[in-house]
Ligand binder design. Structure first.
Ligand code: TYD
Length: 193
């Protein structure tokens, strides 16, 4: 089904520092997604903590579980890098690393609109880890970071982009990141055809 959606994209601080902002925005523009809001911001830990639902224990536990899955995928022993094998403990550390990462420099926040925008942007973004992301995706083309390297270096995976995962997340993130007067409705050339 093709229906119009809005989705939030963050070009994380690693994208800005590597000078990839234009390159990545250009991909979204060329595919026909309409930029309806965009700004560069250096956010506070408070906003980063709202962006990721880190006060939800089930979310903390689920990313901790994903980390253990990551270790399985790579056939690496998590005991080498992680102090605890408890998903909740791992998740808590990951949450604080995510906040550090999102606040380490300015990022670019965008609201994109288009047919099936949420899914399109997720597909264009690719797998969480650069070395697992397919060529042609943003993460696959601009990163080859292995999934466990962040844990070795006690930091979040540097994966360039955040993209809303579903309609509920997109709605929540739109309200969190943008005021009504920062969102612009206009016609792209193809809208007038
Ligand atoms: P998640 O929402 O699962 O990934 P995605 O960004 O692909 O939707 O996880 C949120 C962020 O947490 C992810 O972008 C990077 C970080 N993370 C790690 O650093 N290591 C991990 O093993 C996982 C699962 C996530």
């Amino acid at each position: 089904m093709d229906f119009r959606q809005q989705t939030v994209v963050l070009l994380k601080p690693d994208t800005v520092k590597r000078g990839l902002v234009g390159e990545i925005i250009s991909r979204f523009e060329k595919v026909g997604l309409k930029i309806i809001a965009m700004k560069m911001v250096w956010i506070s830990p408070d906003l980063a903590k709202k962006h990721y639902p880190i006060s939800r224990e089930d979310w903390i536990e689920s990313i901790g579980k994903r980390a253990l899955e990551t270790y399985k995928e790579y056939g690496r022993d998590p005991g080498e890098d992680l102090d605890s094998l408890d998903p909740k403990e791992i998740g808590k550390k990951m949450a604080s690393w995510l906040v550090d990462f999102l606040t380490e420099g300015p990022l670019v926040a965008m609201l994109l609109e288009g047919g099936n925008a949420i899914n399109t942007v997720r597909k264009m973004t690719g797998h969480t880890f650069g070395d697992r992301a397919l060529p042609g995706t943003i993460r696959g083309d601009f990163s080859d970071e292995r999934g466990y390297v962040g844990f070795v270096e006690k930091r979040s995976a540097r994966n360039l982009v955040h993209a809303s995962g579903n309609v509920e997340e997109a709605e929540f993130e739109k309200k969190l990141w943008f005021k009504e007067n920062e969102i612009h409705q206009y016609k792209r050339v193809e809208d007038s055809l």
